[in-house]
Design a protein around this ligand. Structure first.
Ligand SMILES: *[C@@H]1O[C@H](CO)[C@@H](O)[C@H](O)[C@H]1NC(C)=O
Ligand SMILES: *[C@@H]1O[C@H](CO)[C@@H](O)[C@H](O)[C@H]1NC(C)=O
Ligand SMILES: *[C@@H]1O[C@H](CO)[C@@H](O)[C@H](O)[C@H]1NC(C)=O
Ligand SMILES: *[C@@H]1O[C@H](CO)[C@@H](O)[C@H](O)[C@H]1NC(C)=O
Ligand SMILES: *[C@@H]1O[C@H](CO)[C@@H](O)[C@H](O)[C@H]1NC(C)=O
Ligand SMILES: *[C@@H]1O[C@H](CO)[C@@H](O)[C@H](O)[C@H]1NC(C)=O
Ligand SMILES: *[C@@H]1O[C@H](CO)[C@@H](O)[C@H](O)[C@H]1NC(C)=O
Ligand SMILES: *[C@@H]1O[C@H](CO)[C@@H](O)[C@H](O)[C@H]1NC(C)=O
Ligand SMILES: *[C@@H]1O[C@H](CO)[C@@H](O)[C@H](O)[C@H]1NC(C)=O
Ligand SMILES: *[C@@H]1O[C@H](CO)[C@@H](O)[C@H](O)[C@H]1NC(C)=O
Ligand SMILES: *[C@@H]1O[C@H](CO)[C@@H](O)[C@H](O)[C@H]1NC(C)=O
Ligand SMILES: CC(=O)N[C@H]1CO[C@H](CO)[C@@H](O)[C@@H]1O
Length: 583
């Protein structure tokens, strides 16, 4: 969501805040707006806790409690603050960044010889028996980011496997040229958005390009057409398909559901019906230490006077419009704007205030350690803080809630059932909405590591909040209303599903299946204070990017032996060394 210029300007705030953020730029057609569908922030120095996951932590094993549900670990990558999981395609495993605000699955392929492609790659020469060409490999796949990096390649069909669930003949993007930087052996992106958001779907007119999750929902492969996300600051998170993670959600009836908003057709499109585009719901209120602020939408006429919030697992921050963000910080004593282009505020690190977001009347609370980024190196008593203010976005989405928010809830994304049930986002709070703010001691302890400090020089002068921002024309045909509560499109899950979430009729919201992660997943977690946390697993380590038996032209080996891990256990620099070995 963050405009291109914003990223560039943040680099000006301090060049030490290494910005390798990935932000998709919408393709010119049929998505004409400049709104990004995802944005990845890579403030290397903003890492709150230097948690490093090595060894078997990313193994694809995981239980598959029933054939129609799956659960896999989701691992936090502190280097770029993204989340990834291991999935398989064409007999090889890959780490892919998870993104709920894009809708394509893409991987770097062995045809890419660029420096940025020195990650485990999809081996074209292996001639996987499940690979199918599309249009003689001539259908282009392009993706670009706000930091000016881009990747190009072609569309193909391949079998995708997540735990024990397989989607044969899934359309994927195979990249042949790229300068997009990935860390931690991540090879691509798994987009979990709606088909309308997918580039591949729009470039293959006959529906062959339906995205991965939509394919499973439309084919009735899942116990219920939803996925759930648990995001943590280590490797204990999970992605569930068809069910929710019962180790996090202990009471299904406490999941609070809100209907996803449909979007009108794009301006200039011949279409005259709204359809689902983004995992976005109305933000009903914001609270600062319990005092409510009513959000002010940028396009009130077009959005029925509601502010829309995008749930974006691919973003490592929280972003909102100036008119809301400035009011939040004016309620926090001692806060000040330190960069008016990037919309960055600082607050005293010993602040004793909470920030809450409200959806459908339910309150989701963030404690200071949830919303503070870290102390500024030049003024360690001041902490950079989320949310950051952003320029108006022409798709009318004012708020973008990334991982700092998503870590405070368990989030569920129900895809909707054709003609029966609209898509919904379910939120299961992991924070006590009425708890008092954390004490300064708790906040201090959280940020006590040296690496928590954000290397930056704050300006000595008070900056005014920009008074007028130019508002770009609205992207959608505002004269086509998209009433909530109506299932406005087909292309959702097959109507053979019986809805359990709609409030009319006889819903049973506790009928959703739960699955739990294997208790045996093997993880090494090395923290900056040298603490070593392990658990034991029988899981095999995936050979990332390399199919079994394939040697010729293969990517570099990436397995890390337990011996090396043991030798390095406790070393603060373990990750650096391991990375060097891997290279
Ligand atoms: C997948 O199924 C196979 C055979 O049914 C079984 O051997 C394997 O352990 C299962 N794997 C997972 C991750 O559940
Ligand atoms: C996976 O590898 C096995 C042998 O290791 C082979 O028999 C099988 O055909 C391969 N599958 C695919 C999809 O390439
Ligand atoms: C769908 O269209 C693509 C090209 O756009 C073509 O290669 C493919 O064969 C078509 N599939 C079907 C099932 O018609
Ligand atoms: C498409 O790419 C695959 C994988 O590299 C290759 O095996 C196949 O021959 C290509 N097809 C065409 C028509 O070039
Ligand atoms: C993809 O990028 C290539 C090279 O930059 C360009 O020639 C092509 O037109 C683009 N295709 C699409 C569908 O945007
Ligand atoms: C990446 O490649 C694109 C297209 O090839 C180019 O326009 C851009 O300047 C490059 N960006 C960087 C950071 O090298
Ligand atoms: C929004 O609606 C109000 C009242 O209906 C109207 O006065 C105003 O001109 C509209 N604004 C836009 C930008 O359409
Ligand atoms: C939430 O916090 C309030 C205020 O501290 C406390 O009274 C209540 O017991 C807490 N609820 C839970 C479920 O912990
Ligand atoms: C925020 O509210 C708590 C009570 O929940 C209170 O103790 C604290 O002083 C308040 N903070 C400020 C800055 O008013
Ligand atoms: C709802 O579904 C759950 C699980 O299937 C079942 O235990 C419960 O009895 C159902 N409740 C109602 C009211 O039907
Ligand atoms: C993963 O764990 C299993 C069981 O503990 C072990 O046999 C295997 O060698 C480990 N692999 C790596 C790469 O650590
Ligand atoms: C591949 C693998 O090791 N799968 C295991 C994952 O965990 C489940 C439950 O513990 C085992 O049954 C699988 O064999």
């Amino acid at each position: 969501m963050i405009a291109f210029s914003l990223l560039a300007a943040l680099a000006v705030l301090d060049e030490c805040m290494a910005l390798g953020g990935l932000q998709y730029i919408r393709p010119p057609s049929p998505l004409p707006s400049v709104r990004s569908v995802a944005y990845r922030n890579s403030l290397a120095s903003v890492v709150k806790k230097d948690v490093v996951n090595v060894g078997n932590s990313t193994s694809a094993n995981t239980t598959s409690a029933s054939p129609n549900a799956a659960i896999i670990p989701v691992v936090y990558s502190p280097v770029d603050q993204t989340y990834y999981s291991v999935i398989s395609t064409g007999n090889a495993s890959f780490r892919v960044a998870l993104d709920s605000a894009s809708a394509d699955f893409w991987l770097v392929s062995s045809a890419c010889k660029d420096k940025a492609c020195s990650v485990p790659r999809y081996q074209l020469g292996y001639e996987s028996s499940t690979f199918t060409s599309v249009n003689g490999n001539q259908t282009a796949f392009n993706v670009s980011f706000a930091d000016s990096t881009a990747a190009t390649g072609f569309v193909a069909l391949e079998s995708i496997q997540v735990a024990n669930m397989t989607v044969p003949q899934q359309a994927i993007g195979l990249v042949k040229s790229s300068n997009v930087t990935f860390n931690n052996d991540v090879s691509g992106v798994l987009g979990l958005g709606f088909p309308r958001l997918s580039r591949i779907f729009s470039s293959l007119a006959n529906g062959t390009g339906t995205p991965f999750f939509a394919t499973m929902a439309q084919q009735g492969q899942l116990a219920y057409p939803l996925f759930g996300l648990s995001l943590t600051l280590n490797s204990s998170g999970s992605l569930t398909l068809g069910a929710v993670d019962g180790s996090v959600v202990t009471n299904l009836s406490l999941i609070q559901w809100t209907e996803v908003v449909p979007f009108a057709p794009f301006l200039g499109s011949a279409d005259n019906t709204s359809s689902y585009l983004q995992w976005s719901i109305p933000l009903s209120g914001i609270q600062v230490n319990g005092t409510t602020l009513v959000p002010q939408p940028t396009y009130p006429n077009a959005t029925s006077n509601s502010s829309l919030a995008l749930f974006d697992a691919g973003t490592s921050g929280i972003f909102g419009p100036y008119q809301d963000v400035s009011r939040i910080f004016s309620s926090i004593a001692g806060s000040r704007l330190v960069d008016s282009t990037t919309g960055q505020w600082v607050v005293p690190c010993d602040t004793s205030e909470t920030i809450s977001f409200q959806f459908s009347g339910n309150t989701y609370l963030l404690q200071p350690t949830d919303y503070l980024i870290g102390p500024a190196s030049s003024s360690p008593d001041l902490c950079l803080s989320w949310p950051r203010a952003s320029q108006p976005s022409s798709d009318g989405i004012d708020w973008q809630l990334g991982s700092p928010f998503l870590r405070t809830v368990y989030s569920v994304y129900s895809f909707g059932i054709d003609r029966k049930e609209p898509p919904m986002i379910g939120l299961y709070p992991l924070r006590n909405a009425t708890a008092p703010p954390q004490s300064a001691d708790v906040v201090n302890a959280f940020f006590s590591t040296a690496s928590a400090a954000v290397t930056t020089n704050l300006p000595n002068v008070l900056l005014p909040t920009p008074s007028s921002l130019s508002v770009p024309p609205y992207t959608f045909n505002a004269s086509i209303t998209a009433a909530q509560g109506k299932v406005v499109s087909t292309g959702l899950a097959t109507s053979t599903y019986s809805p359990v979430l709609v409030t009319s009729g006889h819903p049973n919201r506790t009928a959703i299946l739960t699955v739990s992660p294997s208790p045996t997943v093997f993880t090494f977690v090395v923290t900056t204070n040298g603490e070593l946390v392990t658990s034991i697993s029988s899981a095999a380590t995936p050979s990332l990017g390399q199919p079994p038996g394939w040697t010729s032209g293969a990517g570099r080996p990436v397995a890390i032996t337990p011996t090396i891990v043991t030798l390095l256990a406790g070393l603060l620099t373990a990750w650096t060394i391991l990375t060097r070995i891997a290279l």
